[in-house]
Design a protein around this ligand. Structure first.
Ligand code: ME8
Length: 512
């Protein structure tokens, strides 16, 4: 039986357009999803949009459109972002879909049946921007700790007995040291829970843009309960579907550090209350600043993913996002850093390796895979340490994973310089030249297979140039058994990673 892997992005709010931060989370999930597929897993990869709540209602009112119209428009923008960034999600859920409403209501009923929901009255602070309740003691200078404005709210509300889950959560964290990554963030979660959990208001009555509470339509569900339920509704919950059986509990909920508390405290408590299994892992990544500044509406410095792709290229952007900072840390986006990385790592290293090897083969070996077999231990690539790469991915260490690919390419580049096939050619040692080129082509095959999750288009272009059939590109095909066959005709080579020039600020930087 195939192993299953379920990974999710956060569902993005539709009050705004996608920016580099959203693209970042989605690309990280995509790399994991693609990696797992190539590693033999059956993957379900979910993304989507979070469409209810006061924030969306308010933003729509400001534009004088209905919240549904705003949701329709911006949800489409997030769908387009997925396509633009080559995100391979299998499903895209919208919280205004009936499949989701039904599921969220079923979750509510289950928690209620189990005795964890009771009616009351909420009086306290609420931040619309964060869609979060804050205790008086949490406020900093009259604002939320995130800097968001808060407003006083007093209304009838249902409460969730979060306080009952303090001890069970702490016990669960202890028993599952991998539950939250990175470790530093897990420690923050633990100390938050140790600090004491109060019951949570989970319904609102002063506005209407949300899912009605089952059995009491005066109330709508708190948007975070509604939103978190998406991870189950996409599997068909509460029906015992094959998807639910195969993919729950989720393997990874990927989130930004801003929303870790909702995923690592509230969500597991809701699931415990409903008698459901908990996700295996929640990974919180860091935040991007732009040229050293916080990304914000007021500064107007948010970067649209399409601007990056247009100026630098799709795989170049994906590469930079995954490589620039150790996943989990904050990062700074700078054009200069992106250009430098793309040029030194993709163009000069990997791209150059493929280009010079394949064009030598094209010119000197009749455009066919030369005769040879991988025998030169000094190519380095022979000793590909796939277990280490797999482990890096398991820990969301994307930078380590890319380090491996770079190391193999550098070693192969050193090998080509050392063996100097051009000299062998001049000296008439054609058989030796062929052997060297064969070893190189074989190392390029492996590097390209490895690179598929992160730079899918470019890796597949290189594999095409090596005439590797599409069904021979998984990690199982890294082995020698699937090595290139001498004599196979190859299509004419084309450069895959052009150098970027640093001149332009506005979109004319890429040079082919
Ligand atoms: O929070 N750097 O949606 P959202 C890195 N609807 N990542 C960033 C970022 C930045 N500067 N800004 C945003 C929500 N992100 C809820 C989620 S899930 C059940 C509900 C990314 O549209 C990061 O992943 O505000 C963050 O968690 C997410 O976008 C927030 O997206």
């Amino acid at each position: 039986m195939k192993k299953h892997f379920y990974i999710t992005t956060p569902i993005y709010y539709v009050n705004d357009k996608p920016h580099i931060g959203h693209a970042y989370t989605s690309v990280a999930c995509d790399v994991l999803a693609r990696f797992k597929r190539l590693d033999g897993f059956e993957v379900k990869f979910l993304s989507g949009t979070d469409e209810h709540g006061q924030k969306v209602e308010k933003s729509a009112a400001a534009l004088d459109i209905s919240p549904q119209a705003m949701a329709d428009r911006n949800s489409e923008h997030f769908r387009q972002m997925s396509a633009l960034m080559n995100i391979s999600n299998d499903d895209f859920i919208r919280t205004t879909e009936s499949r989701h409403k039904r599921s969220a209501q079923a979750l509510w009923r289950k928690m209620q049946e189990n005795g964890y929901i009771y009616p009351g009255k909420y009086a306290g602070w609420y931040s619309v921007r964060d869609e979060a309740y804050y205790a008086e003691s949490e406020l900093v200078g009259g604002k939320a700790p995130t800097g968001a404005e808060v407003e006083w709210v007093e209304e009838p509300s249902y409460f969730f007995k979060l306080s009952a889950f303090e001890a069970p959560l702490l016990a669960y964290y202890d028993a599952n040291p991998e539950f939250v990554g990175p470790v530093s963030r897990f420690n923050e979660v633990k100390s938050f829970v140790r600090g004491g959990l109060k019951d949570l208001s989970i319904s609102r009555t002063t506005f209407s843009w949300g899912i009605p509470v089952p059995g009491d339509e005066e109330h709508i569900m708190y948007v975070w309960l509604d939103a978190l339920a998406n991870y189950l509704s996409a599997l068909g919950y509460p029906d015992n579907t094959p998807d639910l059986q195969n993919f729950w509990p989720a393997d990874v909920h990927m989130v930004g550090k801003d929303i870790l508390r909702f995923h690592a405290v509230y969500w597991p408590a809701f699931l415990m209350a409903a008698g459901l299994e908990l996700p295996k892992r929640i990974f919180a990544h860091g935040w991007w600043t732009i040229e050293g500044e916080k990304m914000s509406k007021s500064l107007g410095n948010a970067i649209a993913p399409e601007a990056l792709v247009e100026e630098f290229g799709l795989d170049q952007t994906r590469w930079f996002l995954m490589r620039e900072v150790p996943f989990g840390n904050d990062g700074n986006f700078s054009r200069e850093a992106l250009i430098a990385r793309v040029n030194s790592e993709l163009a000069n290293n990997i791209g150059n390796l493929a280009q010079r090897t394949l064009s030598m083969i094209s010119k000197n070996c009749d455009g066919k895979v030369p005769h040879g077999r991988v025998q030169d231990s000094d190519v380095g690539i022979r000793g590909i340490d796939f277990d280490a790469i797999r482990e890096a991915l398991q820990n969301c260490e994307f930078d380590k994973y890319t380090n491996h690919a770079i190391k193999y390419a550098s070693e192969a580049n050193e090998y080509i310089d050392r063996q100097a096939p051009w000299t062998l050619k001049k000296e008439g040692k054609l058989e030796e030249m062929g052997k060297v080129l064969y070893s190189l082509a074989e190392s390029i095959r492996k590097i390209s297979i490895l690179l598929q999750p992160i730079t899918p288009d470019s890796a597949s272009k290189i594999l095409d140039q090596l005439a590797i059939p599409p069904d021979r590109r998984t990690f199982a095909h890294l082995s020698e058994q699937f090595a290139l066959k001498p004599g196979t005709p190859l299509p004419p080579p084309e450069p895959v990673f052009p150098r970027l020039s640093a001149i332009s600020e506005s979109g004319e930087g890429a040079s082919a």
